[in-house]
Every structure is written in structure tokens, then in C-alpha cells.
Design a protein around this ligand. Structure first.
Ligand code: SF4
Length: 90
């Protein structure tokens, strides 16, 4: 292999690696981003018997009545709230 071809391949490999870094970073950020309450039709009241305290996505607050957080929806979440992503604990 001549040196110019070797140099070209080396540069191309390096550029491909550099280009992949931001894509990987963005993918992780996009994956970690939560959804806005409005887009999930979040409400601070239960929907029938379904409420955040019985949802697999709910992360409880300091007490049973305190607001917690959600793995999916952004912001403070009432244990008695509900949204479209509700998934009952089994
Ligand atoms: S996914 Fe919806 S219902 Fe479940 S905890 Fe989060 S906000 Fe509440």
C-alpha cells in the first residue's frame, strides 16, 4: 500500500470516529429525556383506580403523600396523578 493511500485510509478512519461521537452523545441524551406532562395528558387526579402510586414508572417522594418523579414524564408527579403511559405494577 502506498503512503498516500495509507494516509487517506488513516484520515478517513479518524474522521468516521470523530463523527460517531456526537451521534452517540445525542442518542444518550435523547434517550434520557423525559416527556412533557401535556403531551402525555398528565393530570393530578387518578383515572378510575389507576394512579401514579401503582404505576411501574413512578418514583415515590419522601412520604406516601409527597410528590415524586416519573421515569417517563418530566416534573413533580402526584402519587394520585395519571397519564397515558400508565402501566400497572404486577
Ligand atoms: S408514567 Fe404516567 S401514570 Fe405512570 S408514574 Fe409516570 S406520570 Fe404517573
Amino acid at each position: 500500500m502506498d503512503s498516500s493511500r495509507r494516509s487517506f485510509l488513516k484520515t478517513a478512519t479518524l474522521l468516521a470516529g470523530v463523527a460517531a461521537v456526537p451521534v452517540t452523545f445525542m442518542s444518550r441524551e435523547a434517550f434520557a429525556a423525559k416527556v412533557a406532562k401535556a403531551s402525555m395528558q398528565y393530570q393530578d387526579t387518578p383515572k378510575g383506580t389507576a394512579e401514579c402510586s401503582t404505576c411501574v414508572q413512578f418514583i415515590p417522594g419522601k412520604t406516601a403523600k409527597a410528590k415524586g418523579t416519573c421515569k417517563v414524564v418530566d416534573g413533580a408527579i402526584s402519587p394520585h396523578g395519571w397519564c397515558l403511559a400508565y402501566t400497572a405494577k404486577s
